[in-house]
Design a protein around this ligand. Structure first.
Ligand code: PYC
Length: 334
């Protein structure tokens, strides 16, 4: 059988976003998380075919749009990535909203605003449109929190590393500069990738991370290496590892949310302060703490509601076939 997918491709601050505008499967479920589980059970071949080589590449990331479960909302989004179907993706949301508005895929109830159902929860969008172009997208993310501090893991070449784990829609191990790690600027992307793969697996063997309200969200999926900024007017810089070989070219929306929660818990960031976060290539998101919560999950841990603002550029239409006769119909990784 040959399946055809209409896709629209964009990048958010350098990181790819492929929105499937036609050909996505019908999904069952009373929430976007339930629909995500249905997709993973029955249709994960679509993700693999569209994200992995030869139709995608190591960094490929995208989404499929669905009608909202709650009619008060505008849209529901399934994130598809080389890493799986993330509960939430910040750069993916900025790219998806840009594509959806510019291409007329969504009719917002209130112009300039969207209520977007992500598997991790409700995300509120404010976007700025000039003519037929979306200039910027701000997403107000799910509650984000510092989950653990001062954990340790043995890293090849570097030795013992101390790290924190924070949640911003996914769980991030955040490795800040320390005795055995001089900061991301001192190492190549290849080194960061190969160390990330090993330490992520060791971290998940050693420690357990489960979202207090949704056990479907668990495990440390991303490693966030931090280091010196390129532009002195930025607040901080990161390199976020995801999938098996990817370093996010954007500053990573859920990673930035997690890092703001970490800074807030350590008294380094206050509500309202701009947190200008640089990526490995120097592209920037502006983060802000929109609200502070003392004990929102009843587990004694504070949380924040972060917002992330960034931009995306739509660069093309892509009609993609996944044909059973193709030996690489469902993609491959080397
Ligand atoms: O922007 O949240 C993000 C993200 C997750 C993985 C890659 N980008």
């Amino acid at each position: 059988m040959k399946r055809t997918f209409s896709c629209i491709d964009a990048h958010t601050c350098g990181n790819p976003v492929r929105v499937v505008s036609g050909g996505g499967p019908f999904l069952e479920g009373n929430s976007m998380m339930e629909r995500r589980l249905h997709f993973l059970k029955e249709y994960d071949w679509i993700r693999k075919g569209l994200m992995f080589e030869p139709r995608g590449h190591d960094m490929m990331s995208g989404s499929i749009l669905y009608p909202p479960v709650d009619p008060a909302n505008d849209v529901a989004v399934l994130y598809i990535e080389t890493s799986g179907c993330l509960p939430m993706c910040g750069h993916g949301t900025i790219g998806t909203v840009t594509i959806a508005i510019e291409e007329g895929l969504i009719k917002p109830k209130v112009p300039g605003k969207l209520r977007l159902e992500a598997p991790a929860g409700l995300v509120l969008i404010d976007y700025v449109q000039e003519g037929d172009k979306v200039k910027s997208v701000k997403l107000t993310n799910v509650k984000s929190f510092l989950a653990a501090e001062n954990l340790t893991v043995e890293c090849p070449d570097l030795g013992e590393l101390t790290f924190d784990v924070a949640y911003g829609g996914n769980f991030y191990a955040i490795v800040d500069p320390q005795k055995n790690f001089k900061g991301l600027q001192e190492y190549s992307a290849d080194q960061l990738i190969s160390w990330s793969r090993v330490i992520r697996s060791r971290i998940n063997d050693l420690y357990t991370f489960v979202h207090p309200e949704d056990a479907n969200i668990h495990g440390c999926s991303h490693i966030q290496w931090t280091g010196e900024v390129l532009d002195p007017s930025s607040t901080a810089r990161n390199a976020v590892f995801y999938g098996d070989k990817a370093i996010d070219r954007s500053p990573c929306g859920t990673g930035t949310s997690a890092r703001m929660a970490q800074w807030h818990a350590k008294g380094k960031l206050k509500a309202g302060d701009a947190f200008i976060h640089e990526s490995i290539i120097g592209s920037k998101f502006t983060g802000r703490i929109e609200a502070e919560h003392t004990d929102p999950f009843g587990n004694g841990k504070p949380a924040i509601t972060p917002s992330i603002e960034g931009w995306a550029i739509v660069y093309g239409y892509n009609t993609i076939f996944i044909d059973d006769k193709d030996p690489y119909a469902h993609g491959f990784q080397v």
